[in-house]
Ligand binder design. Structure first.
Ligand code: ATP
Length: 242
C-alpha cells in the first residue's frame, strides 16, 4: 500500500491539555475513509491538526511521504491537503465566482504540476455552482453553499480532501448528490477523509472507517464489517452516541 496520508501517534489539545491521545490512521490513494465518534471524541481537533490550525504536542502528519506536521495552515494546500471545515467558511457577501477565484489562483500558484480538475470539470460535478456564479454566496441554500465549499476546495487541486461534518443539516436529496460526487472523485484517484456524525453515511460510502473515542482510534471497520459492528449494541452505545 502506498498511503497518501499517515497520521502517526498524534497528541494534541488546548492550553497544554491533550484531547487527542495518540491517534493513528492512514488514507490510501483513491480511498474514502471516515472517522466517526461521539461528540467530544476529538475529531474536530484532529482535523484542525490536518489543516495546521492546531499544532500537535507530539506525533506526525505525513502527506505523500513528506512530514507536514509543522507546515503552517496557509501552506497546507501546497502539501496537497484541502479541508472543508464545518460551517464552510465562505465569504457570504462575495459572489460564487469570487469565492472560487481565490482558491483557483492559490491552486494554480501552489500546486503547479499537480492539477487534477479544471474549472469546467468542477462545474460538471456541481452544475448548480456554475448556474449561480454571479450570486452572492449568502443567498444560496445550505446545500448549494456546501457544494461551493467543496468546489472551492477542489480548485486548490488537493490529493486529499478532508470533509468535516459535511452532511449535517442538509436535505437527504442534496446529501445524495454530494455523496455521488465524492464517489466520482474517489474513482478519479482523489483520497477522501470524512468526519461523519452519520453512521449510515460512513457505512454506505467509505472503504474503511475509524471509530474515535476519547482521543484515540478504538476500532477500524472495513466496508464488510459494518453489519457486525452495528449489531453490537453495547459498542454502538459506548462509542457512537455520546
Ligand atoms: P463534536 O462532534 O462535538 O465537534 P469532536 O469529536 O469533534 O466533537 P472536538 O471538537 O475535537 O471533538 O473536542 C474534543 C475536546 O476538546 C472537547 O472536550 C472540547 O470541549 C475540547 N475543545 C475543542 N475545541 C477547543 C478549544 N478551542 N479550546 C479548548 N478546548 C476545546
Amino acid at each position: 500500500m502506498n498511503p497518501m496520508l499517515v497520521v502517526d501517534n498524534l497528541r494534541a489539545g488546548y492550553a497544554g491539555v491533550p484531547v487527542v491521545h495518540g491517534a493513528s490512521l492512514h488514507v490510501a490513494r483513491g480511498e474514502i475513509v471516515s472517522i466517526i465518534g461521539a461528540n467530544g471524541a476529538g475529531k474536530s481537533t484532529l482535523v484542525a491538526c490536518l489543516c495546521g490550525l492546531v499544532q500537535p504536542m507530539s506525533g506526525r502528519v505525513m502527506m505523500d511521504g513528506r512530514d507536514v506536521t509543522a507546515v503552517p495552515a496557509h501552506r497546507r494546500q501546497a502539501s496537497g491537503i484541502a479541508v472543508v471545515l464545518e460551517g464552510r467558511h465562505l465569504f457570504p457577501e462575495l459572489s460564487v465566482r469570487d469565492n472560487l477565484a481565490i482558491a483557483e489562483a492559490t491552486g494554480e500558484r501552489q500546486r503547479r504540476g499537480h492539477r487534477r480538475l479544471t474549472r469546467d470539470e468542477v462545474f460538471e460535478l456541481f452544475p448548480v455552482v456554475r448556474e449561480r456564479l454571479a450570486s452572492p454566496v449568502g443567498l444560496l441554500s445550505g446545500g448549494q453553499q456546501q457544494m461551493v465549499a467543496i468546489a472551492r476546495a477542489l480548485l486548490l487541486q488537493p490529493d486529499l480532501l478532508v470533509l468535516d461534518e459535511l452532511t449535517t443539516g442538509l436535505a437527504p436529496i442534496v446529501v445524495k448528490d454530494i455523496l455521488n460526487v465524492l464517489t466520482r472523485l474517489r474513482d478519479r484517484g482523489l483520497s477522501l477523509l470524512l468526519v461523519e456524525q452519520s453512521i449510515r453515511i460512513a457505512a454506505d460510502l467509505s472503504d474503511r472507517s475509524y471509530v474515535m473515542s476519547v482521543g484515540r482510534m478504538v476500532h477500524e471497520v472495513g466496508a464488510d464489517d459494518w453489519p457486525r459492528l452495528l449489531a453490537d449494541d453495547a459498542l454502538v452505545k459506548a462509542y457512537l452516541h455520546g
